[in-house]
Design a binder for this molecule. Structure first.
Ligand code: ARG
Length: 670
């Protein structure tokens, strides 16, 4: 887009926004009946019935203007979806379903301006590609004949490069046939330009995930948060959002008293010499034991907390040392899993907590309760404890300061918190109180708690070691590596691959399987952790899917066709598609953008895994029916179907993108 065009667009956006404001003002005046502003517009002279009619029209126009702002890339809130002119799908993959919904919503509004907020859903159809069922519900509300309504909507759909044909069927269904040229071009584009994100309105998103607690071992709950949060972040980044990934470490609190007191005894010179603590968990257990059994130690621990909170330098130093050791351990896990995030623990909010407590107090938000200061709000089943009876702050206080920091200092449009479902109450109360306090407005910003269930052992009980302890994450990852190695040796992959290829395949399979097993389940359910099941090379597992991808990748390679040659073939124009299975695969591959946009609505990742599995299944169907490379009896290649290699390449790219969004490393060979 040229600069002049950009400026033109900017002007139009501003103009539209102003117009919306003006119309909304008028609308409000009409509804509240105070007539203000009506004189200047000349509307005051009109009869009341005219006003009511105008009201309807204004609402409709506001809708259109809002849509047009959205299309022009102006400010718009909501699910982040927007419609685009189809010419723009040269550079972005088309979210076909979403676009059709946009087109049909518009058609309904054109045909029936009196219909308020019509929601149009498009479904897959047995008789065509898609189907619009809007006429039935609309006819009911408008008391009209559904077939006539369907016909009116159909006639109001403007010519569109996406759609080849529309047909009215049954009581008023509209069958939609997609343009074949459009599909062919989109497939070629995937090969030419890669998998590109569908249109969205960029937002600033904070994703709070992983968030283990200092000096305590990271456990499987944190593993789930890490895997799910990383995948959500990857998806948001791909869609063009500005993502801040935050590790809300539990790095502040009374437990540091006993840790520092114990540190002083065990490593008196810790201030000058970093303590050589190799196992922080044992260190934690030791200090906890002393705290529980030794009254004198307990007292010292309390004093240490007070000194730490007063920022006494040696206590701060001790705290820093302990945090550093812990973070180093966490980092090892993140590196193994390929997860990047920024540490910003509870301690970061100290001064902000003090400030916000004062503000809350001044605003009359806090109530005395047995020496504590608590906050109630509608929708909060349990009140937040903002100040403890000893004057200290809590997890609730830090999250209140944190939500404000993210909305105002970080200027986020959308906050996402990924934790176990056990914290659902906490976040419900937090959001309700933040709303009541006036720092969070659901109309302006979006906040989501993304809860997940418990990891179970094969005995269907909470995952534990044989001796009944919580499973250490590193041990789990190590076991994964070992089991993946055994599995690959069993399949004699060590004979087919170089040592380096073998190690890469082992790591990809091990970590990929652990991640995929987690992400492919409905996150709110508890799930059974089973290496046997996740390493199965059949069915919906990462092991199978990674292998399927290497098979697709090997088709062109073994035929001696380079990736460049396939790309250049795609550059010749829309790929030729003839066989029914070719069409089916093409349509499946192009569903990705709609799958991704749906995830932004409910933040469930498992449909992406289901989709990935569907792609591989549909590919197998295609491959069983359509020769890509034809050979004679002696095995000599007699014909290479380049269009099919283009389709293979598009499939591989889409699968690779899915893996990337799931945080799973792919390999060329395994
Ligand atoms: N550290 C907490 C835990 O281990 C999770 C923190 C989640 N984030 C938040 N802002 N509360 O359960």
């Amino acid at each position: 887009m040229s600069e002049a065009q950009m400026r033109e667009f900017d002007l139009r956006v501003t103009k539209n926004e102003r117009e919306v404001e003006r119309l909304e003002g008028l609308l409000e005046a009409l509804v509240s009946g105070n007539g203000e502003g009506l004189e200047t517009s000349g509307l005051a002279d009109k009869e009341l019935s005219d006003l009511v009619n105008d009201n309807k029209k204004l609402k409709y126009r506001i809708g259109i203007l809002k849509k047009s702002i959205e299309r022009l890339g102006g400010d718009s809130r909501g699910g982040g979806r927007s419609t685009m002119s189809t010419e723009s799908f040269q550079d972005r993959m088309c979210n076909i379903l979403g676009q059709l919904e946009g087109i049909f919503t518009q058609a309904v509004k054109t045909a029936y301006p009196e219909a308020t907020n019509p929601t149009v859903q498009i479904q897959l159809s047995k008789h065509a590609d898609y189907q619009c069922n809007a006429a039935m519900a609309l006819a009911k509300t408008l008391k009209k004949n559904p077939r006539e309504v369907g016909d009116q909507i159909l006639k109001s759909v403007p010519p569109n490069p996406l759609i080849a044909g529309l047909e009215l069927s049954g009581p008023g269904f509209i069958n939609v046939t997609l343009s074949k040229d459009f599909i062919r071009q989109q497939v070629s584009n995937v090969v030419l330009k890669g998998v590109t994100p569908p249109p969205t309105t960029p937002q600033r998103v904070v994703v709070d995930f992983s968030s283990p607690n200092i000096a305590k071992e990271m456990h499987v709950g944190h593993l789930r948060s890490t895997i799910i949060g990383d995948s959500i972040s990857r998806l948001m980044e791909f869609l063009g959002h500005d993502v801040l990934r935050l590790n809300h470490l539990g790095d502040w609190g009374t437990q540091f008293g006993m840790l520092i007191a114990h540190l002083q005894d065990r490593y008196p010179d810790f201030a000058s010499q970093p303590p050589p603590i190799s196992d922080l968990q044992t260190f934690y257990k030791e200090s906890k034991k002393r705290f529980d059994e030794d009254e004198k130690f307990k007292k010292r621990a309390y004093q240490a907390v007070v000194k730490l909170q007063a920022h006494e330098p040696t206590h701060i130093k001790g705290w820093e040392e302990i945090c550093a050791i812990s973070k180093k351990e966490f980092k090892k896990v993140y590196e193994r899993l390929g997860v990047v995030l920024e540490d910003r623990g509870e301690s970061y909010y100290q001064s902000r907590m003090e400030a916000i407590v004062k503000d809350m107090e001044a605003a009359g938000m806090l109530e005395e309760d047995d020496g504590r200061k608590v906050m109630f709000a509608e929708g909060a089943d349990i009140p937040l404890t903002i100040v403890k009876s000893d004057g200290g702050f809590t997890y609730d206080t830090s999250d209140m300061a944190c939500i404000k920091n993210r909305l105002y200092e970080e200027k986020a449009d959308w906050l996402i918190y990924v934790t176990d479902a056990g914290q659902a109450q906490h976040f419900k109360s937090l959001f309700a109180c933040a709303k009541k306090f006036g720092i969070y407005n659901p109309d302006k910003t979006r906040v989501n708690h993304v809860p997940f269930g418990v990891v179970l052992g094969e005995d269907k009980k909470r995952l534990k070691t044989r001796s009944g302890e919580t499973v250490r994450l590193v041990d789990l990852l190590d076991e994964g590596l070992q089991r993946a190695e055994e599995k690959l040796r069993e399949k004699e992959r060590d004979k087919a691959l170089t040592a380096e290829e073998f190690t890469r395949a082992r790591d990809a399979v091990a970590y990929g399987c652990i991640k995929y097993a987690d992400l492919s389940h409905d996150r709110t359910r508890d799930y059974v952790f089973s290496f046997d099941r996740m390493l199965d090379f059949r069915g919906n597992t990462a092991a199978y899917l990674l292998y399927a991808l290497t098979r697709i990748r090997s088709i062109a390679r073994t035929a001696g066709v380079s990736r460049e040659a396939v790309v250049s073939e795609a550059g010749k124009g829309p790929v030729v598609l003839e066989h029914e299975k070719e069409w089916k695969l093409a349509r499946t591959v192009l569903k990705l953008p709609d799958v991704l946009l749906r995830i932004t609505e409910d933040l469930y990742i498992h449909p992406l895994c289901e989709y990935l599995y569907e792609v591989s299944t549909v590919f197998t169907e295609f491959y069983d029916n359509c020769y890509c490379v034809e050979k004679d009896e002696s095995g000599k290649i007699v014909k290479i179907n380049m269009n099919r290699l283009v389709l293979c390449e598009a499939t591989a790219r889409v699968m690779e993108k899915c893996f990337a969004l799931l945080g799973i490393e792919t390999v060329g060979k395994m």
